[in-house]
Design a protein around this ligand. Structure first.
Ligand code: ADP
Ligand code: MG
Length: 226
């Protein structure tokens, strides 16, 4: 199943994302502020603990949104460089291993030789982390995530395979649409961000999935000859 990436400029993508994150984070922050104000007021009648729990939930939500958007975006380091995928994935796996362990999942990485592509390291990592986070969240007990990297016809392929809950055709069609989420506390923004970044790198993404069996994500990037 192929996802057609729309064409749009890099600045357009960035400003669209920035506007969206500002809007999304404002809501939980305002709700939290309201709760704190209530707690601080003298004539509070409801259980204060309820308000605190709600406020904490809202703050967690704000954090989740920021994580999906720009946990790796460092404004001062936006230049494209030559990315060594072996190194990039070392970082990515290090970051995600604690989360995978919590869900009783494990990683296996199979890279065929040295793979180089062109891109902004922080953005690339954000794009991949959002994709792999979904795999982790979809895992059953004893879940497995495998990552393959190889060159085929002068292009660099990255395949991410999980044995998680999988998706229906209808769910596949909606991937990357802002706010599409099947999760109780999902943002529905992770893949929109990933797809935009991949597009800005002249990359391509394809999802294959079978409900109840698992999901395979195939990424393709122009190969850098070093
Ligand atoms: P969120 O994770 O906040 O829900 P995303 O944009 O990251 O938002 O993902 C959108 C939806 O796509 C998820 O809610 C989930 O239903 C589905 N999805 C994405 N990746 C996978 C996967 N590997 N396995 C199963 N479902 C997935
Ligand atoms: Mg997600």
């Amino acid at each position: 199943f192929n996802i057609e990436l729309q064409k749009s400029g890099k600045m357009e993508v960035i400003s669209q994302l920035a506007a969206s994150v500002a809007h999304e984070v404002r809501n939980p922050l305002q709700v939290t502020r309201g709760f704190l104000q209530l707690i601080g007021s003298k004539n509070i009648q409801l259980n204060e603990k309820n308000y605190m729990a709600l406020a904490i939930n809202e703050l967690d939500r704000a954090t989740e949104i920021i994580n999906d958007f720009l946990s790796f975006a460092k404004p001062q380091k936006e230049e494209m460089t030559n990315l060594n995928l072996n190194e990039e994935f070392q970082h990515i796996i290090d970051i995600l291993t604690p989360m995978a362990r919590q869900n009783n999942g494990s990683f296996k990485v199979h890279f065929n030789g040295k793979l180089w592509i062109r891109g902004v390291s922080s953005k690339f990592k954000q794009a991949i982390i959002n994709i792999i986070k979904n795999s982790i969240e979809a895992l059953p007990n004893q879940g497995k995530i495998e990552v393959f990297g190889y060159i085929y016809l002068e292009e660099v392929y990255i395949v991410i395979k999980d044995n998680g809950e999988g998706m229906t055709e209808d769910e596949l069609r909606q991937l990357g649409k802002p706010y599409f989420s099947k999760k109780d506390s999902g943002t529905g923004l992770g893949l929109m961000v990933s797809f935009n970044i991949i597009k800005s790198m002249d990359g391509d993404v394809e999802y294959n999935s079978v409900k109840g069996k698992g999901t395979q994500v195939t990424l393709k990037f122009p190969m850098l000859k070093i």
